[in-house]
Design a binder for this molecule. Structure first.
Ligand SMILES: Cc1cc2nc3c(=O)[nH]c(=O)nc-3n(C[C@H](O)[C@H](O)[C@H](O)COP(=O)(O)OP(=O)(O)OC[C@H]3O[C@@H](n4cnc5c(N)ncnc54)[C@H](O)[C@@H]3O)c2cc1C
Length: 393
Protein backbone atom coordinates (compact mmCIF):
# COMPACT_ATOMS: atom_id res chain seq x y z
CA UNK A 1 0.00 0.00 0.00
CA UNK A 2 1.30 3.46 -0.85
CA UNK A 3 0.38 6.90 0.42
CA UNK A 4 2.01 10.26 -0.26
CA UNK A 5 4.18 11.30 2.63
CA UNK A 6 2.53 14.00 4.73
CA UNK A 7 5.44 14.03 7.21
CA UNK A 8 9.19 13.78 7.36
CA UNK A 9 9.50 10.98 9.90
CA UNK A 10 13.28 10.99 9.33
CA UNK A 11 13.62 14.32 11.15
CA UNK A 12 15.56 13.12 14.17
CA UNK A 13 16.33 16.66 15.34
CA UNK A 14 12.63 17.24 16.06
CA UNK A 15 12.10 13.68 17.28
CA UNK A 16 14.82 13.68 19.95
CA UNK A 17 15.21 17.36 20.87
CA UNK A 18 13.92 16.61 24.39
CA UNK A 19 16.60 13.96 25.05
CA UNK A 20 20.06 14.86 26.38
CA UNK A 21 23.14 13.28 24.81
CA UNK A 22 23.34 10.84 27.72
CA UNK A 23 19.69 9.86 27.47
CA UNK A 24 20.19 9.28 23.77
CA UNK A 25 23.16 7.02 24.46
CA UNK A 26 21.11 5.10 27.03
CA UNK A 27 18.39 4.67 24.41
CA UNK A 28 20.95 3.40 21.92
CA UNK A 29 22.22 0.82 24.40
CA UNK A 30 18.68 -0.38 25.18
CA UNK A 31 17.53 -0.72 21.57
CA UNK A 32 20.78 -2.41 20.62
CA UNK A 33 20.25 -5.03 23.33
CA UNK A 34 16.58 -5.41 22.41
CA UNK A 35 17.25 -5.85 18.72
CA UNK A 36 18.49 -9.36 19.46
CA UNK A 37 15.70 -11.92 19.75
CA UNK A 38 17.87 -14.32 21.69
CA UNK A 39 18.95 -11.67 24.17
CA UNK A 40 15.36 -10.54 24.74
CA UNK A 41 14.18 -14.11 25.32
CA UNK A 42 16.97 -14.86 27.74
CA UNK A 43 16.68 -11.41 29.35
CA UNK A 44 12.91 -11.74 29.85
CA UNK A 45 13.23 -15.15 31.50
CA UNK A 46 16.22 -14.08 33.61
CA UNK A 47 14.38 -10.96 34.79
CA UNK A 48 11.28 -12.90 35.86
CA UNK A 49 13.50 -15.43 37.64
CA UNK A 50 15.54 -12.72 39.37
CA UNK A 51 12.37 -11.02 40.62
CA UNK A 52 11.01 -14.35 41.91
CA UNK A 53 14.29 -14.97 43.70
CA UNK A 54 14.27 -11.49 45.18
CA UNK A 55 17.60 -10.61 43.58
CA UNK A 56 18.49 -6.91 43.62
CA UNK A 57 17.78 -6.24 39.99
CA UNK A 58 15.44 -3.24 40.22
CA UNK A 59 18.25 -0.67 40.29
CA UNK A 60 19.70 -1.94 37.02
CA UNK A 61 16.28 -2.01 35.38
CA UNK A 62 15.26 1.39 36.70
CA UNK A 63 18.17 3.31 35.26
CA UNK A 64 17.92 1.62 31.85
CA UNK A 65 14.88 0.06 30.21
CA UNK A 66 12.43 1.28 32.89
CA UNK A 67 13.51 4.91 32.64
CA UNK A 68 13.19 4.80 28.87
CA UNK A 69 9.70 3.28 28.69
CA UNK A 70 8.05 4.32 31.98
CA UNK A 71 7.24 7.59 33.69
CA UNK A 72 8.24 6.75 37.26
CA UNK A 73 7.51 4.55 40.24
CA UNK A 74 5.10 7.01 41.83
CA UNK A 75 2.70 9.51 40.44
CA UNK A 76 4.94 12.34 41.62
CA UNK A 77 7.83 10.97 39.57
CA UNK A 78 5.68 11.06 36.42
CA UNK A 79 5.38 14.86 36.57
CA UNK A 80 8.71 15.34 34.83
CA UNK A 81 7.69 13.39 31.71
CA UNK A 82 4.25 15.01 31.71
CA UNK A 83 5.83 18.50 31.70
CA UNK A 84 8.26 17.62 28.92
CA UNK A 85 5.37 16.47 26.73
CA UNK A 86 3.42 19.61 27.54
CA UNK A 87 6.36 21.74 26.37
CA UNK A 88 5.95 20.13 22.95
CA UNK A 89 2.15 20.35 22.80
CA UNK A 90 1.73 16.63 23.46
CA UNK A 91 -0.97 15.19 25.72
CA UNK A 92 -0.51 12.20 28.00
CA UNK A 93 -2.46 8.98 28.50
CA UNK A 94 -1.49 7.99 32.02
CA UNK A 95 -1.44 4.29 32.72
CA UNK A 96 -1.05 2.64 36.11
CA UNK A 97 1.10 -0.14 34.70
CA UNK A 98 0.83 -2.72 37.47
CA UNK A 99 -0.36 -6.06 36.07
CA UNK A 100 -0.88 -9.65 37.14
CA UNK A 101 -3.15 -9.07 40.17
CA UNK A 102 -5.84 -11.63 40.83
CA UNK A 103 -7.50 -11.29 44.25
CA UNK A 104 -10.41 -9.05 45.20
CA UNK A 105 -8.19 -7.13 47.62
CA UNK A 106 -5.67 -6.53 44.85
CA UNK A 107 -8.45 -5.30 42.53
CA UNK A 108 -9.53 -2.86 45.26
CA UNK A 109 -5.95 -1.59 45.54
CA UNK A 110 -5.73 -1.14 41.78
CA UNK A 111 -9.02 0.78 41.81
CA UNK A 112 -7.62 3.07 44.52
CA UNK A 113 -4.46 3.65 42.49
CA UNK A 114 -6.57 4.44 39.42
CA UNK A 115 -8.61 7.03 41.34
CA UNK A 116 -5.31 8.62 42.44
CA UNK A 117 -4.20 8.55 38.80
CA UNK A 118 -7.42 10.30 37.84
CA UNK A 119 -6.93 12.96 40.53
CA UNK A 120 -3.47 13.62 39.17
CA UNK A 121 -4.89 13.86 35.63
CA UNK A 122 -7.44 16.40 36.78
CA UNK A 123 -4.61 18.60 38.11
CA UNK A 124 -2.59 18.41 34.87
CA UNK A 125 -4.15 20.00 31.82
CA UNK A 126 -2.32 17.82 29.30
CA UNK A 127 -3.38 14.51 30.88
CA UNK A 128 -6.73 14.20 29.18
CA UNK A 129 -6.90 10.41 29.45
CA UNK A 130 -6.08 7.65 31.89
CA UNK A 131 -6.05 3.99 30.98
CA UNK A 132 -6.70 0.69 32.69
CA UNK A 133 -6.75 -3.00 31.93
CA UNK A 134 -10.29 -4.20 32.71
CA UNK A 135 -8.88 -7.52 33.97
CA UNK A 136 -7.06 -5.51 36.65
CA UNK A 137 -10.45 -4.67 38.19
CA UNK A 138 -12.68 -7.63 37.28
CA UNK A 139 -11.57 -11.24 37.66
CA UNK A 140 -10.10 -12.73 34.50
CA UNK A 141 -11.85 -16.06 35.23
CA UNK A 142 -15.27 -14.44 35.35
CA UNK A 143 -14.62 -12.53 32.13
CA UNK A 144 -13.59 -15.78 30.50
CA UNK A 145 -16.83 -17.49 31.55
CA UNK A 146 -18.97 -14.59 30.37
CA UNK A 147 -17.09 -14.52 27.09
CA UNK A 148 -18.49 -17.94 26.18
CA UNK A 149 -21.95 -17.18 27.54
CA UNK A 150 -21.57 -19.28 30.70
CA UNK A 151 -23.94 -18.46 33.58
CA UNK A 152 -22.29 -17.22 36.78
CA UNK A 153 -23.39 -18.66 40.11
CA UNK A 154 -24.51 -16.25 42.84
CA UNK A 155 -21.07 -15.95 44.46
CA UNK A 156 -19.47 -15.28 41.06
CA UNK A 157 -22.19 -12.80 40.16
CA UNK A 158 -21.52 -10.88 43.38
CA UNK A 159 -17.80 -10.71 42.53
CA UNK A 160 -18.56 -9.67 38.97
CA UNK A 161 -20.87 -6.88 40.16
CA UNK A 162 -18.13 -5.63 42.48
CA UNK A 163 -15.75 -5.50 39.53
CA UNK A 164 -18.30 -3.68 37.39
CA UNK A 165 -18.80 -1.17 40.17
CA UNK A 166 -15.04 -0.50 40.32
CA UNK A 167 -15.07 0.30 36.61
CA UNK A 168 -18.30 2.23 36.75
CA UNK A 169 -17.19 4.38 39.70
CA UNK A 170 -13.99 5.21 37.86
CA UNK A 171 -15.83 6.07 34.63
CA UNK A 172 -18.33 8.23 36.53
CA UNK A 173 -15.57 10.20 38.26
CA UNK A 174 -13.75 10.53 34.92
CA UNK A 175 -16.87 11.85 33.17
CA UNK A 176 -17.55 14.38 35.93
CA UNK A 177 -14.06 15.77 35.44
CA UNK A 178 -13.95 15.53 31.63
CA UNK A 179 -11.12 13.01 31.60
CA UNK A 180 -11.35 10.02 29.25
CA UNK A 181 -10.82 6.42 30.35
CA UNK A 182 -9.18 3.95 27.97
CA UNK A 183 -10.22 0.35 28.47
CA UNK A 184 -7.16 -1.47 27.16
CA UNK A 185 -7.88 -4.33 24.76
CA UNK A 186 -6.89 -7.77 26.06
CA UNK A 187 -6.97 -11.41 24.95
CA UNK A 188 -9.83 -12.51 22.66
CA UNK A 189 -11.02 -15.08 25.23
CA UNK A 190 -12.07 -12.23 27.55
CA UNK A 191 -12.50 -9.40 25.06
CA UNK A 192 -16.17 -9.98 24.14
CA UNK A 193 -17.03 -9.73 27.83
CA UNK A 194 -14.99 -6.50 28.03
CA UNK A 195 -16.70 -5.13 24.90
CA UNK A 196 -20.07 -5.73 26.54
CA UNK A 197 -18.91 -3.84 29.63
CA UNK A 198 -17.66 -1.01 27.38
CA UNK A 199 -21.11 -0.80 25.71
CA UNK A 200 -22.84 -0.70 29.08
CA UNK A 201 -20.53 1.99 30.49
CA UNK A 202 -20.67 4.05 27.28
CA UNK A 203 -24.49 4.14 27.38
CA UNK A 204 -24.16 5.65 30.84
CA UNK A 205 -21.13 7.93 30.53
CA UNK A 206 -20.63 8.86 26.85
CA UNK A 207 -23.82 10.87 26.31
CA UNK A 208 -22.04 14.19 25.76
CA UNK A 209 -18.34 13.43 26.29
CA UNK A 210 -16.20 10.48 25.06
CA UNK A 211 -15.47 9.17 28.57
CA UNK A 212 -15.11 5.44 27.92
CA UNK A 213 -12.78 4.65 25.04
CA UNK A 214 -12.79 0.98 24.09
CA UNK A 215 -9.65 -0.71 22.74
CA UNK A 216 -10.18 -2.46 19.40
CA UNK A 217 -7.50 -4.84 18.12
CA UNK A 218 -7.50 -4.90 14.34
CA UNK A 219 -5.24 -7.96 14.20
CA UNK A 220 -8.45 -9.80 15.06
CA UNK A 221 -10.20 -10.57 11.78
CA UNK A 222 -13.72 -9.81 13.03
CA UNK A 223 -12.95 -6.40 14.50
CA UNK A 224 -13.76 -4.40 11.40
CA UNK A 225 -17.34 -5.61 11.74
CA UNK A 226 -17.16 -4.83 15.45
CA UNK A 227 -16.35 -1.18 14.62
CA UNK A 228 -19.56 -1.02 12.62
CA UNK A 229 -21.43 -2.62 15.51
CA UNK A 230 -19.91 -0.03 17.89
CA UNK A 231 -21.09 2.83 15.72
CA UNK A 232 -24.59 1.38 15.37
CA UNK A 233 -24.83 0.76 19.12
CA UNK A 234 -23.80 4.36 19.83
CA UNK A 235 -26.28 5.78 17.35
CA UNK A 236 -29.11 3.53 18.56
CA UNK A 237 -28.46 4.42 22.19
CA UNK A 238 -27.69 8.07 21.67
CA UNK A 239 -24.08 8.20 22.90
CA UNK A 240 -20.62 8.88 21.40
CA UNK A 241 -18.96 5.57 20.47
CA UNK A 242 -15.29 6.07 21.34
CA UNK A 243 -12.58 3.69 20.17
CA UNK A 244 -8.83 3.27 20.42
CA UNK A 245 -7.58 1.35 17.40
CA UNK A 246 -4.52 -0.85 17.93
CA UNK A 247 -3.13 -3.72 15.91
CA UNK A 248 -2.78 -5.89 19.04
CA UNK A 249 -0.07 -6.99 21.44
CA UNK A 250 -0.83 -10.66 22.16
CA UNK A 251 -0.29 -12.37 18.83
CA UNK A 252 1.87 -15.21 20.16
CA UNK A 253 -0.47 -16.07 23.04
CA UNK A 254 -3.47 -15.95 20.69
CA UNK A 255 -1.89 -18.20 18.11
CA UNK A 256 -0.59 -20.70 20.68
CA UNK A 257 -3.94 -20.99 22.47
CA UNK A 258 -5.89 -21.47 19.23
CA UNK A 259 -3.47 -24.22 18.24
CA UNK A 260 -3.50 -25.91 21.65
CA UNK A 261 -7.28 -25.86 21.94
CA UNK A 262 -7.92 -26.64 18.28
CA UNK A 263 -10.04 -23.68 17.24
CA UNK A 264 -9.56 -21.34 14.25
CA UNK A 265 -7.00 -18.65 14.95
CA UNK A 266 -8.93 -15.35 15.29
CA UNK A 267 -5.86 -13.36 14.18
CA UNK A 268 -5.40 -12.13 10.60
CA UNK A 269 -3.41 -14.67 8.57
CA UNK A 270 -0.54 -12.30 7.76
CA UNK A 271 1.01 -8.99 8.74
CA UNK A 272 -0.30 -7.48 5.49
CA UNK A 273 -3.84 -8.62 6.35
CA UNK A 274 -3.53 -6.92 9.77
CA UNK A 275 -2.27 -3.71 8.16
CA UNK A 276 -5.17 -3.82 5.72
CA UNK A 277 -7.73 -4.39 8.49
CA UNK A 278 -6.22 -1.59 10.57
CA UNK A 279 -6.17 0.95 7.76
CA UNK A 280 -9.73 0.06 6.74
CA UNK A 281 -10.70 0.60 10.39
CA UNK A 282 -9.07 4.04 10.32
CA UNK A 283 -10.92 4.95 7.12
CA UNK A 284 -14.24 3.84 8.55
CA UNK A 285 -13.77 5.87 11.74
CA UNK A 286 -12.47 9.02 10.02
CA UNK A 287 -15.32 8.98 7.49
CA UNK A 288 -17.79 8.71 10.38
CA UNK A 289 -16.06 11.10 12.76
CA UNK A 290 -19.24 13.13 13.19
CA UNK A 291 -20.38 10.18 15.32
CA UNK A 292 -17.13 8.54 16.54
CA UNK A 293 -14.24 9.50 18.81
CA UNK A 294 -11.01 7.97 17.47
CA UNK A 295 -7.60 7.31 18.95
CA UNK A 296 -5.17 5.99 16.32
CA UNK A 297 -2.77 4.14 18.65
CA UNK A 298 0.12 2.97 16.51
CA UNK A 299 3.81 3.21 15.75
CA UNK A 300 3.20 2.44 12.12
CA UNK A 301 4.37 5.31 9.90
CA UNK A 302 2.14 4.33 7.00
CA UNK A 303 -0.97 4.44 9.19
CA UNK A 304 -0.01 7.86 10.57
CA UNK A 305 0.52 9.22 7.07
CA UNK A 306 -2.71 7.58 6.01
CA UNK A 307 -4.83 9.11 8.77
CA UNK A 308 -3.48 12.57 7.89
CA UNK A 309 -4.31 11.94 4.25
CA UNK A 310 -7.82 10.75 5.14
CA UNK A 311 -8.36 13.86 7.26
CA UNK A 312 -7.23 16.08 4.41
CA UNK A 313 -9.49 14.31 1.90
CA UNK A 314 -12.45 14.66 4.25
CA UNK A 315 -11.72 18.34 5.03
CA UNK A 316 -11.13 17.56 8.68
CA UNK A 317 -8.85 20.01 10.54
CA UNK A 318 -5.57 18.63 11.92
CA UNK A 319 -6.60 19.36 15.50
CA UNK A 320 -10.12 17.99 15.24
CA UNK A 321 -11.13 17.40 18.87
CA UNK A 322 -12.28 13.85 18.16
CA UNK A 323 -9.14 12.53 16.45
CA UNK A 324 -5.92 11.69 18.28
CA UNK A 325 -2.87 9.66 17.37
CA UNK A 326 -0.94 8.03 20.21
CA UNK A 327 2.40 6.34 20.76
CA UNK A 328 3.99 4.72 23.80
CA UNK A 329 6.64 6.55 25.81
CA UNK A 330 10.05 5.62 24.50
CA UNK A 331 8.79 4.59 21.08
CA UNK A 332 8.30 6.38 17.75
CA UNK A 333 9.21 9.85 18.95
CA UNK A 334 9.80 10.57 15.27
CA UNK A 335 6.04 10.21 14.75
CA UNK A 336 4.82 11.91 17.93
CA UNK A 337 7.01 15.01 17.86
CA UNK A 338 6.87 15.54 14.09
CA UNK A 339 3.06 15.24 13.97
CA UNK A 340 2.60 17.40 17.07
CA UNK A 341 4.80 20.10 15.56
CA UNK A 342 2.52 20.15 12.53
CA UNK A 343 -0.53 20.70 14.72
CA UNK A 344 -2.04 17.20 15.00
CA UNK A 345 -3.45 15.97 18.32
CA UNK A 346 -0.86 13.61 19.78
CA UNK A 347 -0.82 11.64 23.01
CA UNK A 348 2.02 9.74 24.66
CA UNK A 349 0.97 6.68 26.65
CA UNK A 350 3.02 6.75 29.84
CA UNK A 351 2.98 3.80 32.22
CA UNK A 352 3.99 4.23 35.85
CA UNK A 353 4.27 1.97 38.87
CA UNK A 354 6.85 0.11 40.97
CA UNK A 355 9.64 -1.33 38.79
CA UNK A 356 9.03 -4.97 39.76
CA UNK A 357 5.34 -4.73 39.04
CA UNK A 358 5.51 -3.29 35.54
CA UNK A 359 7.78 -6.10 34.29
CA UNK A 360 5.06 -7.65 32.02
CA UNK A 361 4.63 -4.23 30.37
CA UNK A 362 8.40 -3.90 29.88
CA UNK A 363 8.69 -7.40 28.47
CA UNK A 364 5.99 -6.62 25.89
CA UNK A 365 7.96 -3.52 24.85
CA UNK A 366 11.18 -5.52 24.56
CA UNK A 367 9.48 -8.18 22.46
CA UNK A 368 7.91 -5.54 20.23
CA UNK A 369 11.33 -4.10 19.48
CA UNK A 370 13.22 -7.24 18.55
CA UNK A 371 14.15 -7.79 14.93
CA UNK A 372 15.59 -10.36 12.61
CA UNK A 373 19.03 -11.17 14.06
CA UNK A 374 21.74 -8.90 12.76
CA UNK A 375 19.44 -6.12 11.58
CA UNK A 376 18.85 -2.87 13.42
CA UNK A 377 15.34 -1.80 14.32
CA UNK A 378 13.78 1.41 13.05
CA UNK A 379 14.21 2.95 16.52
CA UNK A 380 17.90 2.11 16.68
CA UNK A 381 18.48 3.52 13.19
CA UNK A 382 16.86 6.81 14.14
CA UNK A 383 18.75 7.08 17.42
CA UNK A 384 22.08 6.41 15.71
CA UNK A 385 21.26 9.01 13.04
CA UNK A 386 20.61 11.60 15.73
CA UNK A 387 23.79 10.77 17.67
CA UNK A 388 25.71 11.20 14.43
CA UNK A 389 23.89 14.45 13.59
CA UNK A 390 24.92 15.82 17.01
CA UNK A 391 28.48 14.76 16.35
CA UNK A 392 28.52 12.60 19.50
CA UNK A 393 29.54 9.25 18.02
C1 LIG B 1 -1.07 4.26 22.71
C2 LIG B 1 -1.07 2.77 22.56
C3 LIG B 1 -1.97 2.01 23.28
C4 LIG B 1 -1.99 0.62 23.12
N1 LIG B 1 -2.93 -0.12 23.77
C5 LIG B 1 -3.04 -1.45 23.49
C6 LIG B 1 -4.11 -2.23 24.00
O1 LIG B 1 -4.99 -1.72 24.70
N2 LIG B 1 -4.14 -3.55 23.71
C7 LIG B 1 -3.21 -4.14 22.88
O2 LIG B 1 -3.31 -5.34 22.60
N3 LIG B 1 -2.18 -3.43 22.41
C8 LIG B 1 -2.09 -2.12 22.68
N4 LIG B 1 -1.07 -1.39 22.16
C9 LIG B 1 0.05 -2.10 21.55
C10 LIG B 1 -0.19 -2.27 20.12
O3 LIG B 1 -1.07 -3.32 19.90
C11 LIG B 1 1.20 -2.57 19.57
O4 LIG B 1 1.95 -1.41 19.68
C12 LIG B 1 1.07 -2.90 18.19
O5 LIG B 1 0.71 -4.24 18.18
C13 LIG B 1 2.29 -2.63 17.37
O6 LIG B 1 1.73 -2.38 16.15
P1 LIG B 1 1.80 -1.00 15.40
O7 LIG B 1 0.43 -0.54 15.08
O8 LIG B 1 2.63 -0.05 16.13
O9 LIG B 1 2.44 -1.37 13.98
P2 LIG B 1 3.41 -2.43 13.36
O10 LIG B 1 4.66 -2.46 14.16
O11 LIG B 1 3.46 -2.07 11.95
O12 LIG B 1 2.67 -3.82 13.41
C14 LIG B 1 3.07 -4.88 14.22
C15 LIG B 1 1.80 -5.57 14.65
O13 LIG B 1 1.20 -6.24 13.55
C16 LIG B 1 0.62 -7.46 13.98
N5 LIG B 1 1.31 -8.59 13.32
C17 LIG B 1 2.65 -8.85 13.30
N6 LIG B 1 2.93 -9.97 12.64
C18 LIG B 1 1.75 -10.45 12.21
C19 LIG B 1 1.37 -11.62 11.47
N7 LIG B 1 2.27 -12.49 11.04
N8 LIG B 1 0.06 -11.81 11.23
C20 LIG B 1 -0.87 -10.94 11.66
N9 LIG B 1 -0.57 -9.83 12.35
C21 LIG B 1 0.70 -9.57 12.64
C22 LIG B 1 0.78 -7.51 15.47
O14 LIG B 1 -0.34 -6.92 16.06
C23 LIG B 1 2.02 -6.66 15.70
O15 LIG B 1 2.10 -6.14 17.00
C24 LIG B 1 -1.05 0.00 22.26
C25 LIG B 1 -0.14 0.76 21.54
C26 LIG B 1 -0.16 2.13 21.66
C27 LIG B 1 0.78 2.92 20.83
Amino acid sequence: MKTNNMFNFEDTKIAFEYLSDNQLKNAKMIFKAMSSNTLVNIGSKATILAIKMNLPITFALKSTIYEHFCGGETIEEVSKSVKIMDNYGIDVILNYGVEGKYSEDEFDNTAKALHKTLEFAIRNKNIKTISCKPSGLVSHDLLEKLNVGEQLNSEEMARYNKGLKRLSDLAKAAMENKVSLHLDAEETWIQTAIDNIAFELSMEYNKTFPTVINGVQLYVKSKLDFLKESLEHGVANNYIPAVKLVRGAYIEKETERAKEMGYANPICPSLEATHDNYNKGLKYCVENIDKFFLCNATHNEYSCNYIAKLMEENNIPKNHPRIYSAQLKGMSDNISFVMAKQGYNIQKYIAYGPVKQVIPYLIRRAQENTSVEGQTTRELDLIMTEIKRRGKE
